[in-house]
Design a protein around this ligand. Sequence first.
Ligand SMILES: [Zn+2]
Length: 424
Amino acid sequence: MFDLIVKGGTLPDGAVADIGIRGDRIAAVGRLEAEAGRVIDATGDLVSPPFVDPHFHMDATLSYGTPRVNASGTLLEGIGLWGELKEIATVEDMVGRALDYCDWAASMGLLAIRSHVDTCDDRLLGVQALLEVREKVKDYIDLQLVAFPQDGLYRDPTARANTLRALDMGVDVVGGIPHFERTMQDGAESLRDLCEIAAERGLRVDIHCDETDDPLSRHIETLAYQTQRLGLQGRVAGSHLTSMHSMDNYYVSKLLPLIAEAGVAAIPNPLINITLQGRHDTFPKRRGLTRVKEMQAQGITVGWGQDCVLDPWYSLGTADMLDVAFMGLHVAQMTHPAEMKRCFDMVTQENAKIMGLEGYGLGVGDVASLVVLDAGNPVEALRLRPDRLCVVAKGRVIVERSRNDARMALPGRPGTVRRRHLPG
Ligand SMILES: [Zn+2]
């Protein structure tokens, strides 16, 4: 007897299987004839572990236009604008926006999110707000928080003390922004400091690293070095890494093996970086996305992050990780079928690995969280970015929607259309 069986779905690896759930765990996978409290028919639909976003800013989300929009579209104006918003934001306001966003995320099967939270505020309002949100959503979303000194660990006079206070309050991960410090040297020093703090406290590290078009912004080299020196392999991620797009190829040929050896993961954020980077260029205009395929070829874990939805840096966004992967696929030119499938894996299992999620997957004993998509396989899911028909979080059905085929009134043509089309 199961509490729930999700029947007949196609798993991301192509296998067709029923998934039997007891309590908050997957109890059986295969052809199941047992009784169940409830059966969800997923025949012909894709059943995937939930989507995972390893890079987000939940303190800023859904604030677009407050107090004004980012006119230049640059990272730096966005940071300035966020400073203005911080002056007027309240805990209540941030909690409200974050919870609204979590509703969007849940509806899209996005059930694990790593959010940076700004620690450059002596009142730490964002930290208070997101700790409250982490607790409120814990039954359906795993929210992991990064202490993020947005204005620079050293450049902002109280950032270091406030970042340590945020970690004391229960923030999970150590963040930083070396390219925003006053000098390259301060940037490198901040990474030594932050990695030592993480090593002492047994925490993970996620750095906004080299989010610039400056090919000489080489903090990723220092991040890899400090990771190696302190034995933090597998616990460190470099987010963005956009300067690598513009770096000299000879230097990159030395750099990639160092990143791989240090076990540092990469989190490019394609929706944001294709928008923010290259703003100082005329033509040709650089794309500003880091070297995704080249890193993967060296065995470096790379996950796609969303970064922003309706905030000072980005005026769009849907909480759909398939939108993120779709943009990444295009900008990184990952068009081979195996590469497209990899893009789906990057917003599911590879992101889960970066966040260190326990019990993630569709195996027996894994946490019973999954999403049923109106698509036949992962590549079709990327093409269609389809409706999420059902979302199960920790054993509970939290979202359902009926299939929404278009009804047609064309003589001699079918009455409905779904746009499914699997090759072969
Ligand atoms: Zn970010």
